[in-house]
Design a protein around this ligand. Sequence first.
Ligand SMILES: NC(=O)c1ccc[n+]([C@@H]2O[C@H](COP(=O)([O-])OP(=O)(O)OC[C@H]3O[C@@H](n4cnc5c(N)ncnc54)[C@H](OP(=O)(O)O)[C@@H]3O)[C@@H](O)[C@H]2O)c1
Length: 357
Amino acid sequence: MKPWGSLPGDDPERDRSAAREALDAAGIDLDPVPPGHHRHAPEGELHVDGHAHPHQHAAPGERPITGIVGGGAVGTALGVALTRAGWPIHAVASRDPERRQRFAARVEGARAFAEPQALIEEVELIILAVPDDALARLAGSVRMYSGQAMIHTSGVLGAEVLAPAMAAGTQIGAFHPLVAFADTDRAVAALHGATIAIEGDEELAQLLAEMAEALGATPVRLAEGSKAAYHAAAVLAAGGFVALLDAIAELGAVAGLDEAGALAVYGPLIEGTLGNARALGIRSALTGPMTRGDVGTLTTHLAALRAHAPSALALYVAAGHREVDLALARGALAPETARTMHAALQDALRGADEAVP
Ligand SMILES: NC(=O)c1ccc[n+]([C@@H]2O[C@H](COP(=O)([O-])OP(=O)(O)OC[C@H]3O[C@@H](n4cnc5c(N)ncnc54)[C@H](OP(=O)(O)O)[C@@H]3O)[C@@H](O)[C@H]2O)c1
């Protein structure tokens, strides 16, 4: 069982038939179209079966015919990784000719389209790897066909943002890899062993779990309402950590270190701290002046920051308040010392504000 959720059980066929039985028992008809007919949209006209859909169909038991909208960081890395994992990518849609070309060069067999709808005419599983803010508008501008599924890769939005693209007999979901896609090859490697949060009804979730596992990743389902917090933690772990590294490098520069030097000097300290947190727990991994109640060291640091790296001061102060709280909770600090340290941190920021002309 995954720590914060669960996938459908170990026996997918049993889970699926249990779901079907439950729906039957509840008298729910998921596809209330007359037998022998289907339609492409809720308000669309009925077609008799045998009418050819424009999109292709995978043979039973094969991977669904899959296409990716967005030739950016995530779209390209997923295209490369899925293809290598034996999950062919049939098509990409990217508005930018250079990105289209780059994708097609890296992902063998992928046809390149400029328009998302042209891709939708061709595939069964549509992966939207576009910015979070573009998803709703994109979903509102395209239309799926019965039998298709559309997913996005956003960490913060739910699958429901794709609802405008739905027609009868379609499914929507999400597939969010917890990977920092800074470089295609490094991201492809990092997908192996990463966590991928998936969303979708049972059948789609099962397919997405298989897709995650094909990448060597671990699929998880998040508890309802927890996605934004889960993603905010991811942003702190990736972007937030880079911001911290940048501040570390800025201070290192005062001591004469260039960026590579700062990474060489502070990198082992960071890795050691992470190792300590893994081995001992986060609270016990805290070291430094806050655990000792060294107010003099703290005020010396704050003065150095103000003088040499004022743009890193706010970060030091925010982290410092949290460190003091951790040290207090650990029993390492007397409440009076903790108050003094909080006040020193507060004053440093106030002083910085006053220094701004
Ligand atoms: N970057 C990460 O580390 C990361 C990690 C996990 C999840 N994600 C999620 O993955 C998604 C994509 O992120 P990304 O980092 O790959 O972004 P990205 O590198 O900026 O690429 C986004 C792609 O979407 C296309 N696009 C941009 N605006 C669009 C619009 N208005 N309509 C249609 N297409 C548009 C872009 O243009 P073209 O059409 O010109 O190609 C580009 O190919 C986001 O939901 C993000 O939250 C990102």
